[in-house]
Every structure is written in C-alpha cells, then in structure tokens.
Design a protein around this ligand. Structure first.
Ligand code: NAP
Length: 334
C-alpha cells in the first residue's frame, strides 16, 4: 500500500519533491499539501490530485496523512517537526532542522521521549553516488588516514534576500554535514574567514567566505563558500589521505567538441546537480518509513550542523577560531 504523504511548503524544492514522490519514487502518494502562499498550494494540489489544507498543523493532524515532508522556510521547520513528533508521525525535514541549537535540543528531547526515531533531515549529499564512493574508499583504509579535505561550494548566483549568515546556515551547512559524515568524527573548532569580496557583495552579504574546520583527531577542512561564482553551480571535494587522494567526480555531462573548443556543461543549480541524490534519498526514506526503521540523517546530525554553524558565525564576528562542543552522541542516535 502507498505511504500517504503530506507536504508543507510548495515553493521551489517542495514542488520538486512532490513531482519526485509522484513520478519517480515507488510506494508513496502525496495526498495533502499546504503553504502560506495559498494560490500556489491550491494549484499544486489540483495538479497532483492532493487535498489543500489551510495550515501545516492541519496537514500533520490529518487522518489521511501517514508521514510528513517539510519544505517551508527555515524558521518554520522546528515547530512543524515538534508537532509531527507529538502525533508520532514520521517526518522528513529539509535542512536545516532548525535555526537555533536550542530548537534542535527540544526536538532531540521530544523524539527521545517518544522512544523511536521519527525525524530525518534533508542532507541529500549522503545519497549522492560520488560522495558514497568517497566514503567507501575512506572506510576501506586504502588511502590511509584522511589528513585534510579541500572543498568548495559555488552557486551561480543567490536570491536577493540572501545574507552573510545564510551562507553558513543555508549553504555551508551541507559542507558541515558531509565532511562530518565522510570522516565519521566530531569537530573540535571552526573559523570563518572573509577574503577580497565579489563585486555584488554588500554589508548584508559578505561573499565569498572560507570555512575552516578541525576535527578532534586533527583533520583540517577548508571550504570556499561562494554565492556568486558567475559561471555555475559547482561542488568540489578532495580528501587527502596518508597514501593517496580521492576527488568527488564532476556530474556526468556530455563532452562537446564544437567551434574549435572542447567543453562540458556545468549545471545551474542544486536541483540538477543532485537530482539522483534526491531521488535516492526519498526512495530510501519511503522504504525505511514503511519498514518502521529510519536510517538517514537524524535530529542529532541536524543538531551537530546547527551548533557548528553557530560557532562558525561567532568566529567570523569575533575574528578568532571557536570551540565546537556537541557533547557525547546519545545512545538513542547510535
Ligand atoms: P521557497 O521557494 O521560498 O519555498 C518556501 C515556501 O514555504 C514558500 O512557498 C513560502 O511561502 C512557504 N512558507 C513560508 N512560511 C510558511 C509557513 N509558515 N507554512 C507553510 N509554508 C510556508 O524556498 P525553497 O528553495 O523551496 O526552500 C524551502 C526549504 O528547503 C528551505 O528550508 C531550504 O533550506 C530547503 N532547501 C534544501 C535544499 C537541499 O539541497 N537539500 C535545496 C533548496 C532548499 P511564500 O513564498 O509566500 O513566503
């Protein structure tokens, strides 16, 4: 039987996930949608044969909904996740889990009290074929102990309301999670540096920024987070080990020989670059919900990312590295 899903937030990624859950993923059906932008939500509901609900809370409490997907604005995530936990429904929440560490702690407390993992966070890179291959090689021991990661996250451009902090909490957060997942160890400290600025940066948006992280065993990670690359959406990652290096493959696009040039396409945004990762992420989520056992990124992972982002922002404001302390991983999340 299909898993009946309610989606809160029918903006860019909400609509893409509804298409994916309808056309690509098997075993699921979107039956309910809601968005503060009522016109869009009603159109989406009509297009997919789902029911429109006035509020996110109505979706969560509907008897017709088995599980919930949250794709609304960042500041709304924590409230909806907590409401889902109250009803005992599985919930997939797009990143970030919350905008403050305190809200993540509240979610962890509520989920632990409920007694079963219900929350999965949308860190889709963990489902990308390239990143999974990197992790397999690291874990095989082939390149010895990882010593450094050099990475970059370049967007073609950004929305006008994008701010300096969002570069860390909204974009850089993927880098925080993926390096933590690849290395399988916690961070000890972090710092953000600013460099010579892009021409369209301002007081509101410092761009680019460099995130520096150090793990407890001393692995160093440097990430260029650049919101206005001017040429495309480009994600790079190289892991340097004791005996070799491994690099994330570029997307498999066609080599064009034309007009005395040889070229590959570089995608414009995340929806193209990680399309397969999102598909895999949702298929695995639906399967695990049906099997009553979640395996994807947890509330604890959402918390680590949030605490790390907070420390990075503080470091930029204070001009020195900040300690990152998430404490012991609770048994519940091991
Ligand atoms: P978006 O296009 O702005 O969509 C967000 C939608 O949520 C808008 O329709 C917005 O309505 C609506 N909304 C705002 N407050 C709401 C509320 N209280 N209840 C219900 N809906 C509400 O943004 P997006 O790009 O789709 O991003 C949505 C979320 O997905 C964000 O948290 C973002 O961080 C995450 N995301 C993740 C990835 C990834 O790679 N995993 C990629 C992109 C986005 P209005 O437009 O009327 O304000």
């Amino acid at each position: 039987m299909d898993l009946k899903i309610g989606v809160i937030g029918t903006g860019g990624i909400g609509r893409d996930h509804i298409r994916r859950l309808t056309d690509v993923v098997t075993g699921a059906k979107v039956v309910a949608v809601s968005d503060i932008n009522v016109d869009t939500a009603k159109k989406v509901a009509q297009k997919y044969g789902a029911k429109f609900y006035e509020s996110g809370e109505d979706v969560i409490h509907s008897n017709e909904v088995d599980a919930v997907v949250i794709t609304s604005w960042d500041p709304t995530h924590a409230g909806y996740v907590l409401e889902c936990i109250k009803t005992g429904k599985y919930v997939f929440c797009e990143k970030p889990l919350a905008t403050t560490a305190k809200e993540c702690e509240d979610i962890i407390k509520a989920e632990t009290k409920f007694g079963k993992r219900l929350v999965q966070v949308g860190f889709m890179r963990r489902f990308d074929r390239g990143y999974r291959a990197l992790k397999n090689i690291i874990e095989s021991g082939k390149i010895g102990n990882p010593l450094m990661i050099h990475a970059c996250h370049r967007n073609l451009t950004h929305i006008p309301s994008h701010t300096t902090d969002m570069t860390i909490t909204n974009s850089g957060i993927h880098e925080i999670d993926i390096s933590h997942w690849l290395l399988g160890e916690d961070y000890e400290s972090g710092q953000v540096l600013t460099v010579k600025q892009n021409r369209d940066s301002s007081d509101k948006l410092l761009d680019p920024q460099i995130m520096l992280l150090k793990t407890k065993s001393g692995v160093r990670i440097d990430v260029e987070v650049n919101m206005s690359s001017g040429y495309g959406y480009d994600i790079q990652c190289e892991v340097v080990g004791e005996k070799g290096t491994i690099r994330l493959p570029d997307p498999n696009t066609v080599l064009v020989r034309y007009n005395c040039q040889r070229s590959y396409e570089i995608y414009e945004d995340w929806s193209q670059r990680f399309i397969e990762a999102y598909d895999t992420e949702f298929q695995e989520w639906v399967n695990s919900v049906k099997n009553d056992k979640l395996a994807g990124p947890s509330s604890w992972d959402g918390y680590i990312a949030c605490v790390t982002a907070d420390a990075l922002i503080k470091s930029r404001n204070q001009g020195k590295a900040e300690t990152i302390n998430v404490g012991e991983q609770p048994k519940f999340y091991k």
